[in-house]
Design a binder for this molecule. Structure first.
Ligand code: GDP
Ligand code: ZN
Length: 460
């Protein structure tokens, strides 16, 4: 179990390091206000009301030297993010000044926060559950506005409430088990088995519903892995260039994220695409024909979506036909490019070979590219409710635990169907209760919790 100790006071820069407009240095803990008061010239922070902001200067108490003109926010426990006293110093951006203020706090009694430690305190102090803590990280790393919205939804506790409701259902049934044992006049075992089996099915249905959202959730979080394929010279690089224009490109150099150099992220009408092997696409240009197919094959394995380019100014080649066949099993859009040139290949002709959507474009003249984007968006949202207040499972840890709980509940049903003794079936039933608790952190081991929070960015 989590030990609720008295915490020391931690400090960190909580805005991205750099020449921003303002930077925020944040402190949390029992001595936060006392420490801030030592370096702040302005109102006496020990006397001000909670949730108020104060103008003044940060000074080095050693020599009275002014470091910066600042606004200081005082937030008293318990109604703060960490449930502790928090002081936020809004200073002028710039690495030197911000660091100087941080150093001053550290030499005045604060300790440098570990990555994710603010959020961890919010969790340990019972302010948020693990799914909410994870959403804090997701918000920081969100690649599109839609992904951010989903994370904010999770921070509000949508997933937590659903998981806790499932656990309650299991718990209620377990309570009945005890009652049944107290009334031996009917066959307690049989009644208990039936109840466990029914509850298991009911919770499985709910888990299935959540798992159905996870594919979309994962894509929103990680990007829809997209392969642009086609024979040499068909326009792959041109399409790539169009998609990676600065207004579509997603900047991913948020602190703490690693970036695979072969992948680029773009946002197409709110759908984040992770373009696979963009280096490969660029390189095929210099090489001989055969590479087209080989490269495509590799990129295809990782793809959720394939954009297959065909050249409408040429007749269908064997290579085209091979690529059409090769990409058949994937979610696919066929892009019939170079419509500005004389037509040798018609939409109807391609239609005979595939059921996939076909979009005619001239990438060179930027014609019909909006339609192509619309088709991508459509394909992504097809079959999935696109409601803003839907809870989406966005995270592999959560998905894995949901699947594990589902497996345990299926085992309960199997056991009951096979007349396995009730107390044996109950082991898996209890197991599912624990597993679901790991998702919210209600029954997560400390080790896991430490490991999770260590992935956070500094200052969060
Ligand atoms: P890749 O080998 O598939 O990457 O093809 P590129 O994007 O490098 O394009 C090959 C050539 O076709 C370049 O000269 C492009 O400018 C040209 N191209 C691309 N799209 C179009 C188009 O829609 N119409 C015309 N006329 N040329 C295009
Ligand atoms: Zn190219």
């Amino acid at each position: 179990a989590q030990v609720l100790t008295e915490f020391d006071t931690i400090a960190a820069i909580s805005t991205p390091i750099g020449e921003g407009g303002i930077s925020i240095v944040r402190m949390s803990g029992e001595d936060a206000i006392k420490i801030a008061n030592q370096v702040f010239k302005g109102a006496n922070l020990a006397k001000v009301d909670t949730h108020t902001i104060h103008y003044g200067h940060i000074i080095n108490p050693q020599n009275d030297q002014v470091i910066d003109e600042v606004m200081v926010t005082v937030l008293r426990a318990p109604k703060t993010f960490t449930c502790e006293d928090i002081v936020e110093i809004n200073c002028h951006g710039g690495i030197v000044v911000t660091n100087k203020i941080l150093q001053l706090l550290l030499s005045s009694g604060a300790r440098m926060a570990d990555p994710g430690e603010f959020t961890k305190r919010a969790f340990v102090n019972g302010r948020i559950d693990l799914t909410q803590a994870e959403s804090v990280m997701d918000i920081v790393r969100a690649k599109t506005d839609k992904a951010r919205q989903v994370a904010v939804k999770q921070l509000e506790g949508g997933l937590m409430h659903q998981i806790r409701a499932m656990r309650q259902e299991i718990l209620d049934t377990l309570a009945n088990v005890e009652v049944n044992i107290d009334y031996p006049e009917y066959d307690a075992d049989q009644v208990t088995a039936k109840q466990m089996s029914e509850t298991s099915q009911s919770v499985i249905n709910k888990i299935n519903h959540l798992l159905k959202t996870s594919q979309q959730g994962t894509i929103l979080r990680n990007g829809l892995a997209t392969a642009i394929v086609g024979k040499p010279n068909v326009g792959k690089s041109s399409l790539l260039n169009y998609l990676t224009q600065s207004d579509k490109a997603i900047v991913t150099d948020v602190a703490g994220t690693t970036r695979d150099t072969l992948e680029e992220y773009v946002s197409v009408q709110g759908v984040p695409l992770k373009l696979i092997d963009t280096a490969g696409i660029h390189h095929t240009e210099d090489k001989v024909e055969k590479i087209g197919v080989e490269r495509s094959q590799q990129a295809l394995e990782k793809a959720d979506l394939v954009l297959l380019l065909l050249d409408s100014s040429k007749e269908l080649s064997d290579e085209d036909k091979m690529l059409i066949k090769l990409t058949e099993p994937k979610k696919r859009i066929i892009v019939l490019n170079k419509t500005d040139l004389g037509q040798k290949l018609s939409v109807d002709e391609v239609k005979e070979l595939t059921h996939s959507e076909i979009i005619s474009t001239s990438i060179l003249k930027e014609k019909n590219l909006e339609e192509l984007e619309g088709a991508i968006k459509e394909l992504f949202f097809s079959g999935i409710e696109n409601s803003n207040d839907q809870v989406l499972v966005t995270n592999q840890r959560q998905v894995a635990l949901l699947k594990k709980a589902k497996g345990e509940l299926e085992d309960v049903i199997d056991a009951v169907n096979n007349d396995v003794p009730v107390d044996i079936a109950q082991i898996d039933f209890n197991g599912a209760w624990d597993t679901l608790g790991e998702i919210t952190g209600d029954s997560a081991p400390d080790e896991l919790i430490n490991q999770l929070f260590s992935q956070f960015c500094l200052g969060k």
